[in-house]
Ligand binder design. Sequence first.
Ligand code: TXA
Ligand code: MG
Length: 326
Amino acid sequence: MARLLDPSNPSHLAEAVDALAAGRLVAFPTETVYGLGADAGNDAAVAGIYAAKGRPADHPLIVHVPNAAAALALVSALPPMARKLMDAFWPGPVTVIVPRREGLATAAAGGQATIGLRCPAHPVAHQLLEACARRGLVGLAAPSANLFGRISPTTAQHVAHEFGDDVLVLDGGPCQVGIESTIIDCSREHPVLLRPGTLPRARLEAVLGEPLRERDEAAPRASGTLAAHYAPRAKLRLMDARTLQSALDVLGDARPPVAVYSRTVRVPRGLVHRRMPDDAERAAHELFAVLRELDAQGVSLIWVETPPDAPEWDGVRDRLVRAAAA
Ligand code: TXA
Ligand code: MG
């Protein structure tokens, strides 16, 4: 199991910075999910992330920076749409894909001509990134700190269980947002939404001054956008309220190894059940922790009620649809 560090202890924070500067991996909290970080300027360190996660090496990583100035150092030319998003939402849960400055963070970018950049809002992430910048690191490459295809971690304990002792974990408590950042490709003529997060589409479009396009075949590869991702061990099935209610009614007195995560249906007593919050932000906050918790009950099926068909639920619905496709 990985070792936990206390970020309020200066010697622990220094240990994290030393480890990163030496090319080792350190997981750290962000406001969305925990990231598995490495020096973005050190290709061997970045290779360690791919190895630890079991992730294909051509899937690019997001590089985390302490501020917009640090981002500019990694960019060949900043598209105005990226600048608008950075001004409006940084620090915060938005990742911009922009043209990469040649020769920098090549491994982190998975060899693409573009780079994904994000300035996280979590105070511990910020402290860590500032301290790393003072040590001369260009930024921290960090995917979500989970094994490839599995559920993203929202607590330090989730991370610690996933990796061996050579990974250090800064424990910043539970992540506030709970699902990963919104990713917008700003490297083409028009902005393309690669992955929804919790920021409402209307707010993004108001800042951009134009509608977001949908991803198409020309869009870059992104593992967070694969049809099957975020999978618990148990098989997850997403059902509308009526279908789920009928499935539950059919059970009668039988108690199969099923867990239910729902908002509106009547769940028979004796089944493992968690109620989904009515509020999309609260649902996002707890989603991955609930899936892990239900999975840990040893059930073989998780039945989930489809979230409301409203734009603020896009991020949660996206993660559930992909967990169900696994
Ligand atoms: O909230 C988040 O974004 C979290 C925290 C740790 O910051 N990070 C995260 O990283 O979710 P990851 O690697 O699990 O997902 C990042 C996604 C991947 O699907 C990756 O392929 C895509 O971003 N991505 C990164 N750089 C890209 C690029 N240059 N072009 C296209 N997609 C890119
Ligand atoms: Mg991920």
